[in-house]
Design a protein around this ligand. Structure first.
Ligand SMILES: [Ca+2]
Ligand SMILES: [Ca+2]
Ligand SMILES: [Ca+2]
Ligand SMILES: [Ca+2]
Length: 774
């Protein structure tokens, strides 16, 4: 059902997808502290020498090559590194000697490594087979000195492996046809950067419960935006220029699709086609380096500086920066078939320490794959975990990021290194638990800390873990999405009860209350980048991914969308989108909206445009009158949420009267204004439910808030409950078609007076009503 395959060669996945539970697991080690081994390439404080440090458990020889240019020329200097007892290879090189070797500007570097499957031979030269024993040995080692390797701790890399003009990545491959090709002239190089002390502004301390998250692609955000200077469109700098716009939408946290270096340099080789393209960016090449293509300043150090400046721009507007990170697999890719052999590329981790960094089959001859997109990263290995936490700490501390959304995070709860997959919530040795131990989550009330967000599933047996991430983790709540989509779009086909609706509106206590977590650990969403846009969810009965450029073609994409075109009635499609947005804004939990949905963005039913780097897939900035009306609706309702703490509870709502004012903190109602009984809750033929929150228990400016949802196609009369002694009900919004217009959400103070307890309100079919008491 996903999204980012990188080559058409068949992946050998099927054999491992369903197998489970063979190998013994090792007991978890004590957590190391962050950056213990000071890996990478660093100038000394005087800038007179560079120390190179890189780790490999099984390497027997390690050489660093230094280059004056990133491609096309041989190295200017080489240095053999010395191994210490911890498996760290190191050497210190004077800058004077580097200059003397002819490297007068930026220092580019890469590694060649030898090991048991390819021991060093003095007869070896670049492109030779001297010393070769096997592409892979019984331990899973895949050393090959003909492949120049990127330092996993490089702060920037010079370029992607597949550059414009290259038609194949096989220069990086092992196997009989490719193992003696020297990748050095082509391979990405690490860049030695001076330590940075740039300001990233003041990190917002806002509680995650109070956030509204806006998920967007950094390039897609501004590539089409005429309000951004052309040179900055699609870049970090351009994104930072949108801080005020996002704030105007009520957004408090921007969540970018992956920004760590990914395969995308060749996207524009065919500017009107998708062959080989990767737009979303879920094929990571290096976990430290910000992607160079997203920088307006692509000079060495430019991406880092510009990223920090973008973060500062958002921070200055009070907006958090969250980043989607991909630690479940890498851009090194999976196996492919060539000349009858099973072939792997060697770009970095695989050539340095394959069994440490990758989860392998029990015989260690092949990748283990639960993601469908390449070999699993070996998240239970402590050294592999070091790279996770060290790079996250760099993004947090040096680049200024406030939180992270972890792609396919079930993989980070794996407790098995090779030959199986086994998820555990409680094992202290998992990557999930180590991450939150070393970088504590932000407290419920706000303050310093990290907002940790999991995509709590993957592909393959045992990976669907919604509601089962460890303490400290918030989750994309797939149950929220699925339940509410089915209620809107699948009536008559899939049963949804009022009780199930109430669970989702009230923060999903069934998922997060059973393990000590809170409603705000539920990231509520109706759509995300992965799937239909909000508009398409209510305008498409099925995906249409094979359509031509610029809306496709894409492959993959789920067929289980719970979508519906509302009978083809455009006004009803917009109403459904209003409801989808309104659900998020009135539910307990942390809402996430998707960039462009504020103007009903469409990809014309492509639900997997992972590869479509086109103007049609970038956000549009010329909304029609109807789209602008929707944006006003969406932003006003977001503002309402931000103004009403009663909608953002820190803990699950109580059914008791917490302050003795005669009103329960939360009460549910049938349309008749009575408390639902068990029969009402459990009957999927009931499609209407209402609830009232006592605002006085939350310091809310409203004495009470009442929401009523009529999921039925016909009108339903709601009898309003008590607004509290001496109070009256006022309408904030009714999402029905009759009210569509710029003032469908009333401005504060302009709400329509309705009356008190017992007032009848006829709510049209598929309408949502929101009231305040004052
Ligand atoms: Ca790139
Ligand atoms: Ca292209
Ligand atoms: Ca749970
Ligand atoms: Ca009360």
């Amino acid at each position: 059902m996903r999204r980012h395959r990188r080559r058409v060669t068949a992946l050998l996945l099927s054999a491992v997808l369903t197998a489970t539970g063979l190998a013994a697991t090792t007991s978890p080690p004590a957590a190391a502290s962050i950056d213990t081994h000071t890996l990478g390439a660093r100038y000394d404080s005087a800038g007179s020498a560079i120390t190179f440090r890189i780790r490999s458990a099984a390497a027997t020889r390690m050489v660093v090559h230094l280059y004056a240019t990133p491609t096309g020329a041989a190295e200017r200097a080489s240095h053999v590194l010395t191994r210490d007892a911890a498996g760290v290879f190191a050497t210190t090189v004077s800058v004077a000697s580097i200059r003397a070797a002819g490297i007068t500007g930026t220092v580019y570097y890469g590694y060649r490594a030898w090991g048991p499957n390819w021991p060093y031979s003095s007869a070896w030269t670049k492109g030779s087979s001297a010393g070769f024993v096997a592409d892979v040995d019984a331990a899973g080692n895949r050393f090959n000195p003909n492949k120049l390797l990127v330092d996993p701790y490089a702060r920037e890399i010079s370029h992607d492996p597949l550059r414009p003009g290259m038609t194949t990545e096989t220069v990086y491959a092992s196997g009989p046809a490719y193992r003696t090709i020297d990748s050095g002239p082509h391979a990405p190089k690490g860049i030695v950067l001076p330590a940075t002390t740039a300001s990233v502004g003041t990190k917002p301390a806002r509680a995650f419960a109070d956030d509204i998250v806006y998920e967007v692609h950094v390039r897609g955000l501004t590539m089409n935006d005429p309000g951004v200077p052309a040179a900055y469109r699609g870049t970090y700098r351009g994104a930072g220029m949108k801080a005020a716009y996002l704030a105007s939408l009520g957004v408090t946290a921007v969540e970018f699709l992956p920004l760590q270096e990914t395969l995308n340099d060749a996207n524009d080789v065919d500017p009107t086609g998708t062959a080989g393209d990767n737009y979303w960016g879920y094929m990571t090449l290096n976990w430290f380096a910000p992607d160079r293509r997203y920088a307006a300043d692509r000079s060495p150090g430019g991406p880092t500086r510009e990223f920090q400046e973008m973060v500062r721009a958002f921070h200055d507007a009070g907006i958090k920066v969250l980043v989607d990170v991909v630690y479940n697999h890498t851009g090194e890719g999976g196996v492919y078939q060539a000349g009858g052999a099973q072939v792997y590329n060697l770009l970095s981790w695989r050539g340095l320490d394959n069994p440490t960094y990758y989860s392998l089959t029990a015989d260690r001859q092949a990748s283990w794959d639960n993601t469908g997109v390449g070999g699993n990263y070996n998240t239970y290995n402590p050294v592999a975990q070091d790279l996770i936490v060290d790079s996250l700490a760099y993004w947090k501390n040096t680049l200024g990021v406030d939180g992270f959304r972890h792609d396919l995070a079930a993989m980070l709860g794996n407790t098995c290194q090779h030959g199986c997959f086994s998820y555990s919530r409680t094992d202290p040795g998992t990557a999930l638990n180590r991450i939150t131990r070393e970088m504590p989550p932000r407290p419920a009330a706000g303050g310093s800390g990290v907002d940790w967000i999991a995509e709590p599933w993957a592909i393959g047996a045992g990976t669907y873990q919604v509601g089962n991430m460890p303490a400290g983790w918030s989750e994309w709540n797939g149950r929220y999405r699925d339940t509410l989509r089915r209620d809107q779009n699948r009536m008559g086909y899939q049963a949804v009860t009022p009780g199930q609706l109430a669970d989702r509106f009230a923060g999903s206590a069934d998922l997060y209350g059973d393990d000590g977590r809170r409603p705000w650990n539920s990231v509520n969403f109706m759509v995300a980048h992965d799937g239909f846009t909000l508009r398409d969810l209510y305008a498409c009965n099925a995906k249409n991914n094979a359509q031509p450029w610029p809306y496709g073609p894409s492959d993959g994409g789920t067929d289980d969308n719970a979508s519906w075109d509302q009978g083809g009635v455009a006004a009803d499609q917009r109403r459904a989108a209003r409801n989808g947005h309104a659900f998020l804004m009135v539910s307990a939990g942390t809402p996430m909206v998707t960039g462009g949905d504020e103007v009903l963005r469409t990809t014309r039913c492509n639900n997997n445009p992972y590869n479509v780097d086109s103007s049609a897939n970038w956000l549009g900035w010329s909304p029609s009158a109807e789209q602008a009306t929707f944006r006003t609706f969406a932003s006003r309702l977001a503002s309402f949420r931000l103004a009403h703490p009663a909608l953002r509870p820190r803990s699950f709502y109580s059914a008791a009267d917490g302050n003795g004012n005669g009103m329960a903190q939360l009460a549910w109602f049938t349309p008749a204004g009575t408390a639902p009984d068990g029969g009402y809750w459990q009957n999927p033929d009931n499609h209407a439910i209402a609830w009232r929150i006592d605002g006085t228990e939350f310091g809310d400016p409203a004495a009470a808030i009442y929401a009523a949802y009529n999921g039925w196609s016909g009108d339903v009369n709601f009898v309003l409950p008590s607004p509290g002694a001496g109070r009256q009900w006022y309408r904030v919004t009714d999402t029905s078609n009759w009210a569509e217009g710029p003032d469908q959400v009333a401005q504060p103070g302009a709400e329509t007076h309705l009356g008190g307890q017992g007032t009848n309100y006829l709510l049209r079919g598929r309408g949502l009503l929101l009231l305040i008491a004052r």
